[in-house]
Ligand binder design. Structure first.
Ligand code: C2E
Ligand code: CA
Ligand code: CA
Length: 633
């Protein structure tokens, strides 16, 4: 009989038979594979009972071999157990809490089938099955479906599991690669087989999105997060059926620079879950987007905000409302008509509405979005690029796209009083925006100090916790709209306090740049990425003037302009001093001859110091002056 048993199962069958012949066991019950007359693998279940002689020694076994009992438990192609069998086995294994379950896919099997034919693909599947079957540390292997396999690995640590995965990859390196994930078979993480399988499936899905050809491990936090997302999704589906029940639109004021009058409110969505409490957009917007529920919820937000704005216009006649849109909403080919429909139904003019959309490359490639912008702009609707500076910033594109507003993200605004690079950046954006008649809103202003510095740059609108956190319509009404309330009074007092503090800080009346301009002291920032040998020089107006560099040059070109004009004799000297500046925490002064495009050879003096790195680049900051033409008494 052993000759027809699959080689991989001979050992276990022999051991089981030995246990009954030696009298250790009285019953035989197990599964193994036989090779049938056609050479195919067939799973059989064997059962037997031992009969003993007069002396009590085993002498005879009566039993049966059945193919039928297992027919529905294995995959006919590879002969490995299938998914129902895996579920059964896992039930037992979870009780014992041993080892890891690894789930994996053969990468690109469909393409392999296409290229080499189905028969080749089948051979590959069989080869993988055999590999799993014969691996020392794999105690059970399953063929789930198509390209998907699972294996129970007898391992205590993730390193051991990794080693098994690597050995599988190595065996098959010339035929295919695997993407896999593994979870511990452990009751602490999974209370039943279903939760274990849900988690492992999610982990594999994520692993495939991230990077193919790798093994990922289950992370408790991540899975918890995923499970929460799925539960929220279910709640949202029900909510959408129910007129967006549980969702509420909060509003955050945008005020005008200078007098801090209310210009607009930005609609910011909130969700109140009956089981989870308040949930914030950073968590739920991605869920709404991937499930496409954002289409319905987004239009609901638009309608609510327009109605609210309309009501508040009784008090503030030209109040505006800004509504966030996700780029996926523009995949709807009727989006323009739907927005127009809501404007009509609410009786609001297009001028009242600003559509905020987060800057992204996708945006630039969406013809649908461009078409929508065109049609709605004709009705007076404004378009605003949100989180400007965080993604694919391209000022030229904004101009071409004809946007009306840019919102500068909080990461540039926060701590602006200490960060000259950000200061310069915002200054540049504002300069460009003014030229292109684009409105600029600075977001996330939290302190009067930030406010004071920003106002020096004169953006159009200001938004942030300093003025108000996003709040319910009722709260906003009490603080900003209804002038008879205590909250309104308090807010007015606060605005006076802002004036007062600013005056005391002296920031409004003191512009150090004037004196720098008068004395021809130019400010520069050099940013260096040493690894890529990439250099930038950012120059203020005076610096540009004293270097006679054109206004439009890029920071890279500016650096080249400066560097290429250092007189030959001093190139080494300047280079050494820059290196020195990078390495010491002190101001370094250098003086060198420089070929001015108009004046010819001049002596310049520069003082600079290394400041905090930014975007992984070394940043040097300093000033420069031409000293050869200075008046000396
Ligand atoms: P966003 O459009 O950039 O909105 C500004 C976010 O910054 C809001 O977070 C706001 O509460 C917060 N914020 C405002 N001022 C300050 C400040 O001074 N300091 C700090 N630390 N934060 C401030 P929120 O409400 O959690 O919204 C997060 C994001 O979710 C929004 O970013 C927006 O992209 C998205 N979102 C919100 N509502 C909707 C919506 O109805 N539809 C779509 N598609 N997206 C939405
Ligand atoms: Ca926004
Ligand atoms: Ca923003």
């Amino acid at each position: 009989m052993l000759s027809v048993v699959h080689p991989a199962d001979r050992k276990s069958l022999t051991e089981a038979l030995e246990a009954v012949t030696t009298g250790k066991e009285r019953m035989l019950n197990g599964n193994c594979r036989w090779i049938n007359i056609k050479g195919d693998v067939v799973w059989v279940n064997y059962r037997g009972k031992v009969l003993c002689d007069n002396l009590g020694k085993p002498s005879l076994m009566i039993g049966r071999v059945s193919e039928e009992a297992l027919r529905h438990l294995f995959n006919p192609l590879t002969g490995l157990w299938n998914k129902p069998k895996m579920r059964e086995d896992l039930k037992v294994l979870l009780e014992k809490q041993v080892g890891y379950l690894m789930l994996f896919d053969i990468d690109g099997l469909a393409a392999i089938n296409l290229r080499h034919g189905r028969a080749y693909g089948d051979t590959l599947l069989k080869a993988v099955a055999e590999l799993l079957d014969t691996h020392d540390l794999i105690t059970a292997a399953y063929h789930i479906d198509h390209n998907n396999f699972a294996a129970v690995i007898n391992a205590d640590t993730t390193e051991d599991v990794e080693a098994v995965f690597v050995s599988l990859q190595r065996e098959m390196y010339d035929k295919c690669t695997f993407t896999a994930c593994a979870v511990p078979i452990n009751r602490d993480f999974f209370h039943d087989v279903s939760s274990l399988l849900d988690s492992i499936n999610l982990t594999l899905k994520k692993a495939k999105q991230n990077k193919r050809g790798h093994l990922a491990f289950f992370s408790v936090d991540e899975i918890g997060q995923r499970i929460r997302s799925l539960a929220l999704l279910e709640e949202f589906q029900a909510s959408v059926q129910n007129g967006c029940e549980g969702f509420e639109v909060f509003y955050q004021p945008q005020v005008k620079t200078g007098n801090y009058d209310l210009y607009a409110v930005e609609a910011l969505l909130r969700y109140q879950s009956p089981v989870r409490g308040r949930v914030f957009p950073d968590e739920f917007i991605p869920i709404l987007e991937s499930s496409r529920l954002i289409d319905t919820v987004g239009l609901w937000v638009l309608e609510q905000s327009l109605l609210q704005c309309k009501a508040w216009r009784d008090h503030i006649p030209d109040l505006h409302v800004s509504v966030n849109f996700s780029i996926v909403q523009f995949e709807d080919i009727f989006i323009t008509e739907k927005i127009m429909g809501i404007l009509n139904a609410t009786g609001m003019p297009g001028e009242a509405l600003t559509i905020e959309i987060t800057e992204s490359l996708q945006l630039q490639e969406s013809p649908q979005f461009s078409a929508c912008v065109k049609s709605l702009k004709a009705l007076g609707v404004s378009f605003s690029i949100d989180d400007f500076g965080t993604g694919y910033s391209n000022l030229g594109y904004l101009k071409q796209m004809n946007v009306d507003e840019i919102k500068i993200d909080r990461i540039f605004v926060s701590g602006i009083e200490k960060n000259t690079y950000n200061h310069r950046l915002i200054e540049n954006i504002l300069e460009f925006a003014k030229m292109s008649a684009i409105r600029v809103c600075c977001e996330g202003i939290e302190s009067i100090r930030e406010l004071a510095i920003l106002e020096g740059l004169n953006p159009d609108l200001l938004q942030g916790y300093l003025f108000a956190k996003p709040a319910s319509a009722a709260d906003i009404e009490r603080t900003f709209i209804d002038c008879g309330t205590a909250e309104y009074e308090q807010h007015m007092e606060f605005i006076h306090k802002i004036y007062h503090v600013k005056e005391k800080m002296g920031v409004i009346h003191f512009d150090p740049k004037d004196i720098l301009r008068e004395t021809d002291v130019g400010l520069w920032i050099i940013r260096i990425n040493e690894a890529d040998r990439y250099f930038e020089m950012h120059a203020d107006e005076t610096m540009e003037r004293i270097m006679a560099v054109e206004r439009k040059v890029t920071p890279q070109e500016c650096f080249v302009h400066w560097q290429s004009r250092i007189c030959e004799s001093h190139v080494d000297y300047v280079h050494k001093n820059l290196m020195h500046m990078m390495n010491v925490n002190k101001v370094v002064q250098l003086e060198y001859p420089w070929m001015h495009p108009i004046l010819g050879r001049v002596m310049v003096r520069s003082n600079g110091k290394r400041v905090k790195d930014s975007d992984g680049m070394i940043v040097l900051e300093g000033y420069q002056k031409i000293v050869s033409n200075m008046e000396v008494v």
